[in-house]
Design a protein. Structure first.
Length: 456
């Protein structure tokens, strides 16, 4: 009788869920941070060269404010068409072309021979750059789970502010070495290179990327190993006192374009962003002039101090995203409210600050931090109740509102300076910051709360 022996069964392969997920989404985040830093520098360089440009092209304060506003008007009007282009052709193609056109428009600005051609270049820059912010926020919406969207948006918006950090420093050095025209020429080069990187490294959705494994895709889509939803996107832990103040409630999903335009939550978010981005635009466009003409700073001191609010804004945007995601469990309104109220206070402090570069730079740094804590919330807010298919439209509405505010305020400040003075400028910024606070109070915080005692 033969005994049949069997070899020990081979150890089963490690289950798919045991594999470590890739973290390629953070490579994508690093790339959009660098890309948008360059894009933000392309728009910010006008504020640095404006005092020198006005020696060649004669203009009043109102004219100078209008020149700054031209970019933002074109940029704002490009938002809704950009949402359509991105929905039809995908982020990958539209974003790449937009970045290349942005670089071309920047370079051409350094070659202008008249005020008219300068205005046309600024309009062209606004139209070219229009698809970039919606492209980034759509990428964030597709590439990050809900618990990381605020952090990723904070990183994106810190790039918007990091561009103005490097712009005054580099711009002042280039002006001192060559002249104001060379600022635009040098700044036009990196965008073309980065556009090529984006095209080959970032797909429209993570599921299409060869760099993303199944485990990371499950993290992004918030799915358990068996393919079911983890539920982490759906609920937040209760915070009774805060939830009452910020009007936490379940908001019906918005799945149509008509629903986007009919939603006060989206329109109110856009109005709040309009006021806050208006303040940011004034600081970007007029602070260099203020430092040179009122505080009597040297060119190099101006460059260093003018960068201070944007250094603060880098920290503020990242801090705001982490605060919303990690501490407040996806609540977005608290950051908006903190920014609005604290910025109004900072405007009073700035107008009474001494003309000392170190002290004034410190105040501007703190202003940048406080102003920017709520900025990422405006970008993420519609993601909580708008379908992914309609999110580009909702984001376009919010961003268009912000850019229209950003376009109007430099021009308004120019008129205030021609007829009144800087005290009225800072008072105006404090007033619209208070208006932001009141508007944000009226919109809902669209969350579904977990029952008491239930763990995430």
């Amino acid at each position: 009788m033969h005994t049949i022996t069997t070899a020990p069964a081979a150890a089963p392969a490690a289950p798919l869920a045991a594999r470590r997920p890739t973290r390629y989404r953070w490579v994508v985040a690093a790339l959009f941070f660098i890309v948008y830093t360059i894009a933000a520098a392309d728009r910010a360089n006008l504020g640095v060269v404006l005092p020198f440009l006005r020696k060649e092209f004669e203009m009043s304060n109102t004219d100078a404010g209008g020149l700054v506003s031209l970019f933002l008007v074109a940029y704002a009007l490009a938002q809704l068409p950009s949402a359509w282009l991105l929905s039809k052709f995908g982020v990958r193609r539209v974003f790449t072309i937009s970045m290349i056109l942005t670089s071309i428009a920047t370079g051409l600005t350094g070659l202008v021979g008249s005020l008219l051609s300068l205005k046309l270049c600024r309009i062209g820059l606004g139209l070219a750059e229009g698809p970039l912010p919606i492209g980034v926020t759509t990428t964030i919406n597709h590439w990050f789970p809900s618990r990381e969207k605020g952090t990723a948006s904070g990183l994106f918006l810190s790039a918007v502010k990091f561009g103005p950090v490097i712009t005054p420093i580099l711009g002042a050095a280039i002006i001192a070495a060559w002249g104001w025209r060379e600022v635009f020429i040098w700044f036009s080069v990196p965008g073309v290179i980065l556009a090529i990187f984006w095209y080959f490294l970032v797909t429209n959705k993570p599921g299409e990327s060869r760099f993303v494994n199944a485990e990371e895709l499950a993290v992004i889509e918030e799915k358990a190993p068996d393919g079911s939803s983890t539920g982490t996107a759906a609920t937040s832990r209760p915070m009774p006192w805060l939830d009452k103040l910020i009007r936490v409630r379940e908001v019906p999903a918005v799945t149509t374009s008509r629903g986007v335009f009919a939603s006060w939550n989206i329109l109110g978010c856009a109005l709040g962003y309009c006021c806050q981005l208006g303040i940011s635009s004034v600081l970007l466009a007029w602070i260099p002039t203020y430092l040179l003409t009122v505080k009597q700073f040297s060119i190099m001191n101006m460059g260093m101090v003018a960068a201070a609010p944007w250094v603060g804004a880098v920290f503020g945007n990242i801090l705001g995203g982490l605060l919303a995601d990690r501490v407040l469990d996806k609540r977005r309104k608290p950051g908006m409210l903190i920014s609005a109220l604290s910025t109004a206070v900072m405007m009073y402090l700035l107008i009474h600050a001494p003309a000392d570069p170190l002290q004034y730079g410190a105040l501007l740094f703190l202003t940048g931090v406080l102003l920017s804590i709520g900025f990422s919330a405006y970008m993420v807010y519609p993601m909580q109740f708008v379908s992914k298919e309609k999110f580009p439209v909702a984001n376009a509405v919010v961003n268009m509102g912000g850019q229209l505010g950003g376009a109007a305020t430099p021009w308004i400040v120019g008129m205030l300076l021609d007829h009144y003075g800087w005290d009225y400028v800072f008072g105006f910024m404090a007033a619209i910051s208070c208006l932001t606070f009141l508007v944000v109070l009226t919109i809902a915080e669209p969350l579904k709360l977990r029952p008491s005692g239930q763990q995430q």
